[in-house]
Design a protein. Sequence first.
Lengths: 159, 232
Amino acid sequence: MENSVKTVQEANDLSSEIDALLESIFKTQERSLDDSLREVRVKTAQNLKEIFLKNKVDVTDREAVKEALEKLKEELEKLRIIRLTIAFEPSYETIANIYKWVSSALGEGYILDISTDVNILGGAIVVFNGEYRDLTLRKSLAEAFKAKKEEILKFRTFG
Amino acid sequence: MNFELIILVQLIIITIIVFYFSKLIKRFHDYQTEFEKLRTEINKKKIAALDEARNKAIKIIDDANSKGLDIVQKASIFANATNSDFNSQLGNVTSMQVKAFEKTTADFIKLYGTVLSDLRSKNIEIFQNISKNIEISTLGEVKKFKNTIEQETISSQKMLKSKIEHEYFLAKKDIENYRQQELKMVDDNVYEILEKVSSLVLGKAIKVSEHEGLILEALETAKKEGIFNNGK
């Protein structure tokens, strides 16, 4: 389940769906899990079913389902957030590629909080656990110009 | 003794004085009487003289009146006698005078005319001379003025030209200084401009795949710098 949650937005959406599901399950005693799962997204419903199957949760046992859902929600809250500021609005594919690197390099338990700022030109600003790194193209360009100022000025054609 | 002598002397002196004084008074009375006599006599003589004079005057006046009347009578006779003669003489004299006056008048008019004509000719000549002189003088002044204006104009033009050239030189110098300052400012800022231009160009030139590459590079760098170590 955690593999399908890549971003903070997705985690929040899933958490809201879990809350809705929990409320739905205990609304009426006669309502089945399948009926309740109809109130969430198809993908979420499928993922939840997989999780229940994987963890051998008795779907007819409301309490067991509730416990599983609450545990899932706790797991969601434990996920560590990597904040990235990038220069363009990412597609699903881009998010997937970035998350693939995170999973590969750092393992599980991380989600991405992506924001956009076109002025950084490229690269990213990375913030994690209170630490900040400006690894943008803007900064690289500024540093390059600063270091090469005299060389750059030699190329001026007027004066 | 002495005292009595003194008193005696004084008495004698007083007696002499009184005696002398009385004599004077008597004499005065005599003179006064004589004076009165003389005055009376004079008055009588005066009255007599006056009477005599008055009589003489009356006589003279009477004589004069008689003589005067006589003269008047003679004069009127004479006047009457010479009146007609006088009138005829007067007439002759008058006509002679008139002729003479006419002649004199004609001569005078002729002379006046001649004088006026001479004067007129002379005045015309004078006025012509004056006009000519004024013309010559004015033309001379105008020529002199023209030359002065020309010289002043040329001088002003030269001065103005020199001033303009000087101002132009200063302006050119100012512009050159300003140009150098601006170029220096541009030089100082050119790399900023180049940086901004580069940023703009790069921002538009990078593809999505290249962006992804840059992001993954950034994450890789962050990992190498140990940013993710604390989270584990």
